[in-house]
Design a protein around this ligand. Structure first.
Ligand code: BJW
Ligand code: ZN
Length: 265
């Protein structure tokens, strides 16, 4: 008997069988009570959170998977930036043009609303689309930067591209006259100084962690829920598809974020 209880406990702790909930049940009693008592909540988002706004995901066969015959991990790479900066800007100028006409969806709005509900809410996003800010989120760590900023390759000066009329070509730094680059983290590049460290610190201190709309294959972002779980947080995934993280999650809410998140209470 003791051996059976120990095995069941071990299965729970290692999450071999994370609790499943569907769009009809939404959250388990356990999540309901954790949600009511949580003090520090961390939300990690990926491209899926913006899918219902019309932003294509990277690995879902969407339009950002390939650009002019180049897979996104080739065009969005540090190597391509060195080799062909104008091509990289053509890709980012195109994407800003698409994003300009898109608005946050119910998932962004719900997460923004949680900032008023919990004593501490940290939003860690891999997205570069700026939709969380548009929805009103303030405590946001943008792990992979933003398409709405350009950064000088020489003096590091930043330009806000929402306020500029830059639409084509490579923008030039007002300070030193050198070329600017998108202020995003491309494959093979380091994350902004301190961004991962802050996110990891919040993950280690949170009691509830949501992982929303990410395929969880890009590191170090995908290690954040692992840190939260190892530190004892209750980890909940929201995604229509299973991911490599599903097995370490305490609960998996299977469905679109814009439908699921507003129903969690
Ligand atoms: C929905 C939905 C709905 C759909 N509702 N959900 C360890 C091992 C091996 C390699 C590495 C390693 N550590 C680091 C690396 C290298 C690399 C990496 O991780 N590679 C892996 C692919 C293996 N990492 C890096 O290079 C990082 N830098 C770094 O670590 O520096 C140090 C270093 C350098 C070199 C070697 C080792 C260390 C930087 C990563 C930067 C990633 N940049 C990109 C591009 C940004 C610019 C641009 O936008 O073009 O960021 S890649 C792309 O993937 C983008 C995303 O932020 C990121 C994550 O994707 P995300 O958000 O998960 O989207 P998808 O499309 O993958 O998934 C969508 C999900 O949504 C799916 O699950 C759907 O089911 C779901 N969904 N509809 C809810 N309605
Ligand atoms: Zn400069």
């Amino acid at each position: 008997m003791i051996r059976e209880i120990a095995a069941a406990r071990r299965a729970l702790l290692t999450s071999e069988f994370p609790m499943q909930a569907t769009a009809t049940s939404i959250a388990s009693d356990e999540l309901h009570s954790r949600f009511a008592s949580a003090q520090s909540v961390l939300v990690l988002t990926g491209a899926g959170v913006s899918a219902e706004s019309g932003v294509p995901t990277f690995r879902g066969g969407g339009k950002t998977a390939v650009w002019k015959g180049m897979p996104f991990d080739v065009i969005s790479s540090g190597a391509m930036l060195e080799r062909n900066l104008p091509a990289v800007w053509e890709w980012f100028n195109y994407r800003r043009g698409v994003l300009r006409n898109l608005a946050p969806n119910a998932a962004h709005d719900t997460i923004a609303g949680w900032e008023n509900r919990f004593e501490r809410l940290t939003l860690v996003t891999q997205n570069v689309d700026g939709l969380h800010h548009l929805a009103g989120s303030r405590n946001v760590i943008e792990l992979h930067g933003s398409v709405w900023r350009a950064r000088c390759v020489t003096c590091d000066a930043r330009t806000n591209l929402r306020e500029s009329d830059h639409q084509e070509g490579v923008p030039v730094c007002f300070g030193c006259g050198d070329s600017m680059r998108p202020d995003v983290v491309l494959f093979g590049e380091m994350l902004p100084p301190g961004a991962f460290e802050r996110a990891a610190m919040e993950a280690a201190a949170c009691d509830l962690c949501f992982v929303v709309g990410t395929s969880a294959v890009v590191y170090p972002a995908a290690s954040i829920p692992e840190i939260a779980r190892a530190a004892g947080a209750y980890v909940v995934e929201v995604n229509p598809e299973p991911t490599p993280l599903s097995r370490i999650c305490n609960e998996v809410l299977s469905g679109p974020a814009g439908e699921i998140l507003p129903l969690i209470d």
